[in-house]
Design a protein around this ligand. Structure first.
Ligand code: NDP
Length: 246
């Protein structure tokens, strides 16, 4: 099993884990669809990864705009004819006590981290069912298994992904489709810079744990190996609390 010639769609490919995945999967010979909101950053990543034009489709999207997804899926199948893997990796986090965090902040977290992911999954599912193959890889977190202070909304969105994707796996396994839920520990990315505070404004600071976490390139290598082995759930990056260790 390898990613060579496979069509792999990565969301959140403009930064951090998604950027490292794009570079690693390009090295492994995949044909790549790179998505996020910032097209200029997607082009920067594609340049770093050295992806040949024939193997590259830059497809900006906003996870909070699910009405666009059916059209975007059509664009991918028109370009590459198939979708073998989708790494649903785009996500945002949060800092704030429950007592102080405004309700719209929870809604915004769910729109991006959960409902956007559900909508994109539903848009891609018929394509994979028709192929009789395909693999959903979703980035949850160790915060998808335990609750932590100041991150109730983020933890809730990641917990919700487990319920959704465990159920999807049960529905599609016999059809040849696979689902992998990924639970990173701390990975060195700018995620906390973009975290929402209690009012929904940007936090704008790097957390200590984030700066000391695993390098995203190492994470990407481990994750691609685990996905090729079709693991149901993987824990990578230190601070593992439960489950399978790589
Ligand atoms: P980054 O902030 O580096 O990357 C987040 C990515 O998500 C960016 O490419 C961003 O692109 C994209 N994104 C954010 N909002 C939207 C949106 N509305 N629509 C489309 N794309 C969006 O963080 P990480 O790489 O760390 O995070 C990737 C995933 O890993 C997330 O799901 C996160 O929860 C998870 N994770 C990260 C951990 C860590 O320690 N870093 C630990 C556990 C889980 P753009 O702004 O261009 O839209």
């Amino acid at each position: 099993m390898s990613f060579r010639e496979k069509v792999v769609w990565i969301t959140g490919a403009s930064s951090g884990i998604g950027e490292a995945l794009a570079i690693e999967l390009a090295r492994q010979g995949a044909r790549l669809v790179l998505s996020a909101r910032r097209e200029d950053e997607l082009r920067r990543v594609a340049g770093l990864a050295g992806i040949l034009p024939d193997n590259l489709f830059i497809l900006p999207l906003d996870m909070a705009r699910p009405d666009d997804f059916p059209q975007l899926v059509q664009a991918v199948t028109a370009r590459f004819g198939q979708i073998d893997y989708v790494f649903q990796n785009a996500g945002i986090t949060q800092r704030g006590l429950v007592s102080e965090t405004a309700l719209p902040v929870f809604q915004q977290l769910f729109d991006v981290n959960f409902f956007g992911v559900v909508a994109l999954t539903k848009a891609i599912l018929p394509v994979m069912q028709q192929q009789g193959s395909g693999h959903f890889v979703v980035t949850s977190s160790v915060a998808g298994k335990i609750g932590t202070k100041m991150r109730s909304g983020y933890c809730a969105t990641k917990h919700a992904l487990h319920g959704f994707f465990d159920s999807l796996r049960a529905e599609v396994y016999e059809q040849g489709l696979r689902v992998t839920i990924v639970c990173p520990g701390y990975i060195r990315t700018p995620i906390s810079l973009h975290a929402l505070n209690a009012k929904g404004e940007k936090h704008g600071r790097m957390d200590d744990n984030q700066t000391k976490g695993m390098a995203p390139e190492v994470f990407a290598r481990k994750l691609t190996r685990a996905v090729l082995r079709s693991k149901n759930e993987v824990y990578i990056g230190g601070y593992e609390v439960v489950g399978i260790y790589l």
